[in-house]
Write a protein that binds this ligand. Structure first.
Ligand SMILES: O=C(NCCc1nnc(-c2ccc3[nH]cnc3c2)[nH]1)c1cc(-c2ccc(F)cc2)cc(O)c1O
Ligand SMILES: [Mg+2]
Length: 214
């Protein structure tokens, strides 16, 4: 029976990456996507911008919306301080199953909580289910039409504090126009655009970094 692209990506990780070495997992996925099959990971170019934001924020609590196969999950978690917590939300059970194995291969299982389900259902439960007060960093990389409603939901649920950082992928390609319009015009955020390219291509894309002002 035919394998799926996430299954082929996992096979590439298990073949080419060293167990317990997150950077080799990231490298194996980037190689697979450049040489074999494109896939919607944040990728190596935008990944470097992600790395610099994570290092600068040095977050104790991180929420990632949109795990996919766990590429950015591993990339972020490999840079976190010892007791930091990363919660990542994936909607598609098959992708979640692959991501769990990628995360395990990287040896980062104890830093990462992968939750399966819809952001709209889980965001209101973050405090009670995971003992989270507020998130220091949120990486938005899920369905592009969910960025705005979920940002408003995080505000309403008191999950953002003065200084919380939102980092949004794909604000140009595929694009999140309603989110950009809101976040760039809201007096409650200070935003900055990091111009880059759609993963593994020459098309324009970028990351929007926004600080919640409270
Ligand atoms: O759709 C994307 N990413 C979303 C995956 C996801 N993984 N999990 C979710 C989730 C998680 C909880 C949710 N709760 C409610 N919806 C949810 C959706 N969404 C995506 C697409 C592209 C892309 C660009 C150009 C093209 F020609 C085709 C594709 C590039 C990217 O970098 C992406 O991130
Ligand atoms: Mg993305």
């Amino acid at each position: 029976t035919q394998t799926t692209r996430p299954q082929r990506m996992l096979a590439a990780v298990q073949k080419n990456a060293t167990r317990g070495d997150p950077r080799s997992v990231v490298k194996a996925i980037d190689q697979f996507c450049r040489q074999k099959e494109w896939a919607m990971n944040v990728g190596d170019e935008k990944g470097c911008i992600l790395d610099s934001v994570v290092t600068e924020v040095n977050p104790a609590t991180v929420l990632e919306l949109g795990t996919y196969c766990g590429y950015s999950t591993v990339r972020i978690a490999s840079l976190l301080p010892p007791d930091a917590k990363l919660i990542t939300l994936e909607f598609n059970p098959h992708n979640a199953a692959i991501a769990r194995q990628v995360i395990a291969w990287a040896g980062l299982g104890d830093k990462i909580q992968l939750v399966e389900g819809a952001s709209g259902d889980w965001i209101p439960k973050m405090k009670e289910k995971f003992g989270i007060e507020t998130f220091d960093l949120v990486f938005l990389d899920h369905w592009k039409d969910r960025y705005l409603p979920d940002t408003k939901l995080m505000e309403e649920c008191g999950l953002l504090r003065k200084g919380s950082i939102l980092l949004a992928d794909n604000v140009i390609s595929p694009g999140t126009p309603d989110y950009l319009e809101y976040i760039r015009n809201s007096p409650r955020y200070k935003s900055q655009y990091f111009r880059s390219h759609l993963e593994y291509t020459k098309a324009e894309d970028g990351l929007e970094k926004s600080v919640f002002l409270g």
